[in-house]
Structure formats: structure tokens, C-alpha cells
Design a binder for this molecule. Structure first.
Ligand SMILES: [Zn+2]
Length: 370
């Protein structure tokens, strides 16, 4: 509405109503009309408050509202069936064996848990080797947990993280050459075999986090060859940045490299262009969902992922370090845990993510109504 038509509309309405008004109310009306004409001073676009004065109207302003269905909860599955061990650096999070899983998940599923992502944690002595053989052992933690969860909680969507670092003796995310660098071809062959084993065990989604070049294409081709590409979601950790925020996770998963680091395959923290190239590449190679990790430190990359992958869901992994920092600050009285968890997670959604992998998931199931 233009300013001039607004003014004539107000004038018309005032003159119409004035017929029925007392002198007192007419005086009030003049005062408020005068105030309005001063405050808008020719520019109607200055008037925003009316649009969010009511709590429901405020809720409607959110472009993406956090709901339970957006959340994926990370689970650390130990190969020791009766283990239930608190992870010291990851508040309230445990490593659990198969025998502890159903009792833990049942109340969360009742509260509305929709999805979990599984990380295997082999604890048995001598189980790790240079090829990460245990990753797709049919008796290994991820395959066993997938079968168990499918049977006991058929409505739960299972994402299987696919990597070798939990299972390799050297702790790197692939198979190494003699000089310690990744052998890309062998790593991709192995990673795609592991992804197939998880998909065939019943995972609804396989999510390679290894960062080897070309693994999305290799997994997609194998899924097509096996005739299951139409029923398995392929989620790529496309923009996974190296950094210090994975520390608590490495404690939890026992996946710290025994030498060197992962900077030759995870992205350098300033590498926005590389992230964009990796996102383009993975979409072209057949990814169904693109992931950015960590989340709150990389809101610009989440926004890039949304722009590049307009037609794909974008996931963001609110990593162990982000979770631990919020807990530490809340414990120190810097701010309220719930408020900060909401602000951090809703910030991630605002940047463009529609899926959040979060250790806060059990809390959000209590805090959210749907
Ligand atoms: Zn890895």
C-alpha cells in the first residue's frame, strides 16, 4: 500500500467512525492519528512491531522452526555388549554395548526420537588393523546395532556413519601408502564396500565421513549394481573441516590418529572455495544430502551449501566440541543451557540447514512439543 493511499484510507475510516464517537474518544482518535502520521513520516515500511507482537505471530516469523523430525542423534556403539560408559569429555553421553541399547532408546523413541547415526567403537584387543577389517565385520557393532534397532524400533531412521578411522590400527580414515599418505583408490574401494555392508544390514542412510575423493560416486554405483540405490539415502560429509572441535568425539570413538593428522583430507578451516567445490562434486556424484561439519563455526558454508544444493536437504553436524563448549559455559554460569542450545541450533537452521546432527537431541525431545 502506498503512503498516499494509506492516508486517504485512514481519513476515510476516521470520518466514517467519527459519526458515532463521543467528543472524548474523538480527541483520543485525533491524538493517535497524529502520532501515527508522525511516526510513519511518509515511510510505511518502518512499521515492523505489529507483525510480531503476539507469541504465535513471532513463531510465524521463523523461516525454519526447530522440530523433532529435523534431529539426528549420534550413538557410540561399543563391541563390548554390556558396556555403558560415560564419556568424560562429552557431558551426559555414553558409549553403549548392544545389550544396553534398547532400554536406552525406548523412552527417547516414545518422546519422538526419529533418527540416530551410528558410530562403531571397537574396544576388543587386537581388533584394529591397517585395512580396518572390523568395519564391516557382520558381528561388528554397527551391523549388529542396525539389525537390532530395525527389529525393535522399526519406525526409527538409521544413519550409518561410514569411515575406517575407528577400525584402523593407524587411526586414519582410509588405507595408507608406505609414506603414510592416503591411497585414494584402495580407500574408496574399501569405504564403498563398508557402506554396502551397512546398507545391506538395513541402514536407511549411509554417510561417508572419510573425505576420500570420489567415494560418493563409488558408493552410488555399488548401490545401483546391488539394486538398492532406490531405497538407501546417501548423505555426504561434503564440507568437513579439520580443527580442534572433534576432540571429545575422538575420546568417545577412540579414533585419534597414531601419527600425523587429517589435514591432508579434511578441509582447511579457511577453505570456503574448496568446500564449495566439494559440495558441487558430491552432488554431481549422486549425494542425496549434503552435510557441513562443524556447524556453528561454518554458517557461511551452510548457506553456500543451501545455495549450491537448492534442491537437496542440507545437514549440519553440531559437533562434540560445540556441545561441550555450551555445556562448559552453562556450568560456569555464563548462560542458560537451554537458551544457548536453542540459539545455537536455530542459528544453524537459519543459515540453511534442515537437518541437525546433535548431542542435544534428548534434551530437545523434552523441550520441544513436536
Ligand atoms: Zn574417519
Amino acid at each position: 500500500m502506498s503512503f498516499s493511499s494509506l492516508v486517504s484510507d485512514l481519513t476515510y475510516r476516521d470520518s466514517d467512525r467519527d459519526e458515532k464517537r463521543s467528543t472524548l474518544s474523538r480527541a483520543k482518535s485525533y491524538a493517535s492519528t497524529a502520532a501515527t502520521s508522525v511516526s510513519i513520516s511518509g515511510d510505511i515500511s518502518s512499521q515492523l512491531h505489529g507483525g510480531y507482537s503476539h507469541p504465535l505471530a513471532r513463531a510465524w516469523q521463523a523461516e525454519r522452526q526447530l522440530t523433532k523430525s529435523m534431529l539426528i542423534y549420534p550413538l557410540f556403539i561399543s563391541d563390548s555388549p554390556d558396556e555403558e560408559m560415560l564419556i568424560p569429555s562429552l557431558p551426559n553421553q555414553h558409549r553403549r554395548g548392544l545389550n544396553k541399547l534398547v532400554a536406552f532408546l525406548a523412552p527417547l523413541v516414545r518422546k519422538g526420537l526419529r533418527s540416530v547415526i551410528l558410530f562403531g567403537v571397537p574396544m576388543a584387543p587386537n581388533v584394529k588393523d591397517a585395512l580396518g577389517t572390523a568395519a564391516d565385520d557382520p558381528k561388528g557393532p554397527v551391523i549388529q546395532a542396525t539389525r537390532l534397532i530395525r527389529r525393535r524400533f522399526p519406525e526409527l531412521f538409521i544413519v550409518a556413519d561410514v569411515c575406517l578411522c575407528e577400525y584402523t590400527s593407524h587411526g586414519h580414515c582410509g588405507i595408507l601408502r608406505d609414506d603414510g599418505s592416503l591411497n585414494n583408490q584402495l580407500s574408496v574401494d574399501r569405504i564403498s564396500d563398508v557402506a554396502m555392508a551397512y546398507a545391506e544390514a538395513g541402514a536407511h542412510c549411509v554417510a561417508p565421513s572419510d573425505m576420500n575423493d570420489g567415494r560418493i560416486r563409488a558408493i552410488k554405483l555399488k548401490l545401483i549394481e546391488a539394486g538398492i540405490a532406490h531405497q538407501v539415502v546417501l548423505m555426504s560429509y561434503s564440507a568437513k573441516f579439520s580443527g580442534c572441535l572433534y576432540g571429545p568425539f575422538r575420546d568417545a570413538a577412540g579414533s585419534c590418529p597414531s601419527f600425523g593428522d587429517r589435514r591432508c583430507y579434511q578441509l582447511p578451516p579457511g577453505g570456503r572455495g574448496l568446500a564449495r567445490r566439494a559440495i558441487h562434486r558430491d552432488i554431481n556424484e549422486g549425494a542425496d544430502i549434503i552435510m557441513v561439519k562443524p556447524a556453528s563455526q561454518y554458517l557461511d558454508i551452510i548457506s553456500d551449501a543451501k545455495e549450491i544444493g537448492k534442491d537437496l536437504p542440507v545437514a549440519a553436524y553440531q559437533v562434540s566440541g560445540e556441545f561441550a563448549m555450551i555445556h562448559a559455559a552453562a556450568k560456569a554460569g555464563v548462560f542458560d543451557l537451554k537458551t544457548m542450545a536453542f540459539e545455537a541450533t536455530e542459528g544453524i537452521l537459519r543459515a540453511g540447514a534442515t537437518i541437525v546432527v546433535s548431542y542435544f537431541t534428548p534434551d530437545f525431545l523434552d523441550w520441544l512439543s513436536d
